[in-house]
Design a protein around this ligand. Structure first.
Ligand code: SER
Length: 600
């Protein structure tokens, strides 16, 4: 097995798939585009859903990349050896091109060839789909693995719970997968029959790679319809693979965090590994500062706020501050740790360098804000719990008071309560919050799916309306207006843009008039592919300049709107109905939000 650094592993992976005819595409933003159901990009395939469903990708039908991902479902587990809220996924895709017959031999070659990972064949186990009423047993993959040289006793079969991937939400592309594992304990592995994989004690196998054979679309009714095109979607977690190759037991001990650990040691005078408690605090700070750095430094950089992505970011920064206190991290440290992280990723994610000013500024602002109330809040919390019996429940109104007055996100209060063997009345909190805010952020974290697959027409029309809105705002308010965020549900579009003030009633009316005029003219929406340079020269706008690499898709609506965009869009503006601005909101100083609807 080769010992590799993160830089070399990324490079080797992309180089391998380039040599197999794949276009290397840059990582998409961490903020999903036009996906109403999820807050962050959660897997390499996520930004590619429209293409897995049949849209044409401008870079071709063989793609590979390293994708930035965020998953915050297990945030309270961060601090142990394996959980991270941010990770990178190495992935390659066939969009209706090759299938198992090529992917399995390539996987074998990449894993075992001395030029690449050099893992001994006898140390590799694979699992394949065992078959059920929706899809037959995957004998074909098992046969291909045997032909490559995987030992027959190291091939296992698992049901849907183990060897099926997707859809990312409740509907969308999915299929059986085959997973590759490194055998860490041969004595235990040798005892297992071909259906016994899950009976192995923890640590017997370490999963390294997942090849998904996406051949179904799961519908809202729960049935599996064959996809028009059969795809391959593979994912290899960069951090986890580094651990395995370098024989480390935790991602925090890989080269990725080396400099950041040194920085925390210098700032606190403590040593990583000094005790379990200290190590846990180091890890929380490391993970959370890295995640916050990537969120703030993203092309669609978000800022801490009280809703959606901004709320998750706020929660992550505040949790880092709280754990930082436990190891004596002085106020103002987060931006210093962040600087070592930006340095480490500078070449792979240049947007971090470009946006570093914003990253440090926002980190400092949020850290200062929370630091002001943290001590007092802890005192208040202690007072509350000391008045409760063992195993008591902190009521919702009190939890809301801790949030509203001392800035404790309810999840942090919940975690502190658990440390004392208590809980928080989450329902009561939501009720108190809803009462106070009239609108609650409840459920925002449950958003997890790929919305473009759903109710496609409604969301497609709203996507086209978003382009019209963007163009109209430029014309009516300022040519400098740029998109700062976009989110679409079946009911409405939401568009964030840089502008200092709310629109006047006259401006609102003019924007609506211009858009409805374009709709009544029933203008065709024209897609053309071209190089990024050509698109720029022709006056197309687009924030996501590096997203598709060489060739980009452009959408124009007459001369009114010209944007670089992945699509999909309505064929003609006449399909849209009537456009109306429903609401204006303030996102932050300098960023405004419009919610708009389409009616019949
Ligand atoms: N979508 C699969 C995963 O996330 C493979 O890329 O594991």
């Amino acid at each position: 097995m080769k010992k590799l650094t993160s830089e070399t592993l990324r490079q080797l992976y992309l180089q391998f798939f380039k040599s197999k005819g794949h276009a290397v595409i840059p990582s998409a933003s961490l903020i999903p585009e036009n996906d109403p159901t999820v807050l962050f990009t959660t897997a390499g395939m996520h930004p590619l859903v429209p293409y897995l469903l049949g849209e044409k990708h401008p870079a071709g039908n063989r793609l590979c990349d390293v994708q930035k991902c965020v998953r915050t479902g297990d945030i309270d587990e961060v601090g142990d050896s394996s959980h991270c809220t941010f990770f990178e996924m190495l992935g390659n895709w066939s969009l209706g091109d090759y299938f198992k017959e090529k992917m399995i031999p390539w996987s074998f070659e990449f894993l075992t060839s001395p030029e690449y990972l050099g893992i001994p064949v006898k140390d590799i186990a694979v699992t394949c789909f065992a078959g059920d009423k929706d899809c037959p047993k995957d004998e074909e993959s098992a046969k291909l693995w045997r032909e490559c040289g995987i030992l027959p006793e190291n091939i296992y079969f698992l049901p849907k719970s183990g060897n099926w991937w997707g859809p990312a939400g409740t509907t969308g592309p999915c299929g059986p997968d085959t997973e590759m594992h490194v055998i860490r304990n041969h004595a235990e592995a040798d005892k297992l029959g071909e259906y016994d994989f899950e009976k192995a004690p923890a640590g017997t196998f370490l999963e390294i790679w997942n090849d998904v054979f996406m051949q179904y679309n799961k519908t809202a009714e729960g049935s599996y319809e064959p996809l028009r095109q059969k795809n391959v979607d593979t994912g290899m977690g960069l951090e986890r693979t580094l651990c395995i190759l370098n024989g480390k037991s935790s991602v925090y001990e890989t080269d990725i965090f080396e400099k950041a650990i040194q920085s925390i040691e210098k700032l606190t005078g403590r040593k990583y590994g000094e005790s379990e408690e200290i190590t846990r605090a180091f890890r929380v700070v490391l993970d959370h500062v890295r995640t916050a750095t990537f969120m703030l430094g993203d092309v669609k950089g978000i800022a801490p706020s009280n809703t959606d992505q901004g709320y998750i970011l706020r929660r992550i920064i505040r949790r880092a501050v709280r754990f930082g206190r436990n190891i004596g991290l002085p106020q103002g440290s987060l931006s210093k740790i962040s600087a070592t992280i930006i340095d480490k990723y500078a070449e792979v994610y240049p947007e971090l360098v470009k946006n570093s000013g914003r990253v440090y500024e926002e980190l400092e602002k949020e850290e200062n804000k929370f630091s002001k109330t943290l001590q007092q809040g802890i005192r208040e919390f202690d007072k509350v719990v000391s008045a409760l019996p063992a195993g008591g429940v902190i009521d919702g109104v009190t939890a809301f008071h801790l949030y509203d007055t001392y800035g404790f996100p309810v999840e942090i209060t919940g975690e502190m309560a658990r440390e004392k063997g208590m809980t928080v009345d989450a329902k009561g909190y939501e009720a108190a919050y809803a009462e106070h805010q009239a609108k609650s952020r409840a459920g925002s974290e449950q958003k997890f799916a790929c919305g473009l697959a759903d109710h496609k027409e409604l969301t497609t029309n709203l996507h086209t309306a978003t382009h019209l809105l963007h163009a109209a705002l430029k014309k009516v308010c300022s040519p400098d207006i740029e998109q700062r965020g976009s989110n679409i549900t079946e009911e409405r579009l939401r568009f964030d843009f840089n502008f200092a003030r709310k629109l006047t009633p006259e401006e609102v009316a003019e924007v609506e008039r211009l858009i409805n005029e374009q709709i009544s003219l029933d203008i065709p929406v024209v897609m053309r592919e071209m190089t990024l340079e050509q698109a720029k020269a022709e006056g197309f706008t687009g924030l996501f300049e590096s997203k598709y690499g060489e060739k980009v898709k452009t959408y124009s609506i007459g001369e009114f709107s010209k944007e670089i965009c992945g699509g999909p869009h309505a064929e003609k503006t006449g399909l849209l109905g009537k456009f109306k601005i429903a609401k204006q909101e303030n996102v932050s100083a300098g960023v405004k939000r419009i919610k708009a609807i389409l009616t019949k």
